[in-house]
Design a protein around this ligand. Structure first.
Ligand SMILES: CC(=O)N[C@H]1[C@@H](OP(=O)(O)OP(=O)(O)OC[C@H]2O[C@@H](n3ccc(=O)[nH]c3=O)[C@H](O)[C@@H]2O)O[C@H](CO)[C@@H](O)[C@@H]1O[C@H](C)C(=O)N[C@@H](C)C(=O)N[C@H](CCC(=O)O)C(=O)O
Ligand SMILES: Nc1ncnc2c1ncn2[C@@H]1O[C@H](COP(=O)(O)OP(=O)(O)OP(=O)(O)O)[C@@H](O)[C@H]1O
Ligand SMILES: N[C@H](CCC[C@H](N)C(=O)O)C(=O)O
Length: 507
């Protein structure tokens, strides 16, 4: 919270955006000391925001009983008697109110946002490493994995936090001296206006594929794409992957920005040889070539800005080279010297993504793939660069998510794996057993269902043969399962493998 908050300033911000339907005159004199969406988090002097599909009037009454002094809502509650602002879009109004309450802390950091069906967390961690070295650890980072405000790290359940939480962490980050911020921007964040009013120096678009279409996510692919693209409108520079689906549609939406298109040499050459004046004059291109990809290291060269730059990294896989290139270009765009970038990416750690363990000629791998695009690229990468004798894959599928993931991942397992163990992966309100059975329909290879994930993975490790690769996907290093509306603690895949390794010493 900032000193001298003027409620009239908030009314002004909201009315300039035509968001206000009605407000009580007495709200003008109010100076709140706290803002929240939750009646269980109210203290005297609270500014209470009423929002959400399951919101009840009783929450507001309870908030008032505990000292809430003003409310923001899309609906007027006649039974309560405190000052109010009624708006026509609570999500936008909430985002702007949260920004106002904390004094627009996000504006004090150079922000880079990453969107895409896949690659967001990886690009975020690569950039975090680069920016930490460049700023002497004054870079905040918001990812599916955690929220890092420079000196403190917090757990999170959402990829992009809800507005009040987001602004609270922005404020902390600025207080901790952060000058830069790197964050994943999910399509849901855009749909829910979580970052409404924020401005980004660079926006990365890694890719989009059929996913996240379900009753709790997006109604259609158009909605999903529209939400992702809308993020780029909040950015000065756009870093866009050349081989994404809907490339032309996306480019057309952002052609008024400075765009850098990145991708393989073949793909970039094809785009640059177009003779229809499709690209704006100030669009730049970055092409990856001379790749040398092994099972423990990647070398590649990047032609960008008239220079040929060579890089080495411990991250493996062609798609990780693409992720790193997105991070390199974004870093160059915010003024980080190439030498520093080059040395930062040599040794990068992305938790739970392609994390590899070796044991007596067997390889165990943890990864976060959980839909078509990621599973496909993971299997192809494994086939090309790791060349195992056989593959066992351990996975499941999240409940209340895009239904076709089950068929897609089942078919891919059938095509690439030799043995499949289906197990729990955030079933939500659905039955884990039923989800696994749906996936199993597409598999004729040896396949069994063990709902307990720890047991499933342990059995796969026990049965692994020399030359075999066991891949466990969809959870990374997460140590909770989303079940029936709560997060239940469990051992992470990493903990299960590490425990198994201590029980099975090589000698
Ligand atoms: C669709 C969406 O964004 N929903 C989010 C939203 O829910 P909502 O606004 O409908 O709120 P609600 O849960 O119905 O709650 C109603 C209100 O009553 C209040 N309440 C409740 C109980 C009480 O006693 N007192 C009280 O005041 C609550 O604080 C809340 O403000 O606000 C909630 C927090 O306030 C979020 O937890 C919730 O995320 C849901 C659970 C979620 O999981 N969303 C997923 C789909 C998501 O956003 N995923 C993306 C990643 C997807 C990707 O990978 O691309 C993400 O960014 O994480
Ligand atoms: N650029 C990419 N293209 C396709 N697949 C990728 C790419 N980058 C990573 N992957 C795969 O997707 C998985 C998840 O990667 P990452 O966590 O970086 O993506 P994300 O966009 O943050 O995913 P989520 O939305 O699920 O949090 C990885 O474990 C890997 O299997
Ligand atoms: N950020 C991703 C995480 C998915 C993890 C997976 N285990 C699942 O629950 O689908 C999402 O919300 O889709």
């Amino acid at each position: 919270m900032k000193e001298n908050l003027q409620f009239t300033a908030l009314l002004d911000i909201l009315s300039r955006q035509d968001l206000i339907t009605e407000y009580s005159e007495d709200c003008k004199d109010i100076t709140p000391s706290h803002i929240t969406i939750n009646s269980k988090d109210v203290v005297p002097g609270t500014f209470f925001v009423c929002k959400g599909a399951s919101f009840k009037e009783d929450y507001l009454k309870s908030a008032i009983a505990q000292g809430a002094i003003v409310y923001l809502s899309q609906q007027k509650y006649d039974d309560v008697d405190i000052p109010y602002i009624i708006v026509n879009d609570i999500r936008k109004a909430m985002a702007l109110a949260a920004r106002w309450f904390f004094g627009n802390p996000g504006d004090n950091m150079t922000k880079v946002g990453i969107t895409g069906t896949k690659g967001k967390t990886t690009v975020t961690f690569v950039m975090k490493d680069i920016l930490d070295k460049y700023t002497d650890n004054r870079c905040s980072a918001f990812s599916t994995h955690e929220i890092d405000v420079g000196t403190k790290v917090f757990e999170t359940t959402l990829t992009t936090p809800e507005p009040i939480e987001l602004q609270t962490y922005f404020d902390m980050a600025v207080d901790e001296g952060c000058t830069h911020c790197i964050m994943e921007v999910s399509s849901q964040a855009m749909k829910m206006n979580r970052i409404y009013g924020e401005h980004y120096k660079v926006g990365v678009f890694t890719n989009i594929d059929y996913d996240h279409i379900s009753p709790t996510e997006h109604a259609s692919m158009e909605d999903y794409l529209g939400c992702k693209v809308s993020f780029l409108k909040q950015c000065d520079n756009v870093v866009l992957y050349s081989d994404t689906r809907y490339f032309e549609t996306i480019y057309n939406e952002v052609r008024d920005k400075h765009v850098v298109v990145y991708g393989s040499k073949e793909s970039i050459e094809k785009l640059m040889s177009r003779d229809d004046d499709f690209f704006e004059k100030d669009t730049d291109f970055a092409s990856i070539h001379n790749e040398d990809l092994t099972d423990h290291n990647s070398y590649f060269e990047l032609i960008y800005g008239g220079e040929n730059r060579a890089y080495n990294t411990n991250l493996i896989g062609d798609y990780n080279v693409e992720n790193i290139v997105a991070a390199i270009i974004s870093s160059l765009l915010i003024g980080i010297p190439n030498d520093q970038i080059r040395s930062s990416i040599r040794d990068v750690y992305v938790p739970g993504r392609l994390q590899v363990y070796h044991w007596k000629d067997r390889t165990f791998m943890i990864d976060y793939a959980h839909n078509y695009i990621s599973m496909y690229r993971l299997y192809e990468m494994v086939k090309k660069t790791m060349k195992p004798k056989s593959i066992t894959v351990v996975f499941g599928c999240g409940g209340e998510r895009y239904k076709k993931r089950r068929e897609d991942m089942g078919r891919l397992a059938e095509q690439y794996a030799d043995k499949v163990v289906l197990t729990m992966e955030d079933p939500g309100f659905e039955s884990c057993e039923e989800i696994c059975k749906e996936i199993k329909q597409y598999i004729t290879k040896p396949c069994y269902i063990i709902v307990d994930r720890e047991q499933a993975l342990t059995r796969a490790l026990d049965e692994a043969q020399p030359g075999e690769l066991v891949i466990t996907t969809g959870k990374g290093i997460e140590s909770t399962q989303r079940i029936n509306g709560t997060f239940v603690q469990c051992h992470s895949d990493a903990q299960v493998i590490e425990h198994w390794l201590t029980e099975h010493p090589e000698e």
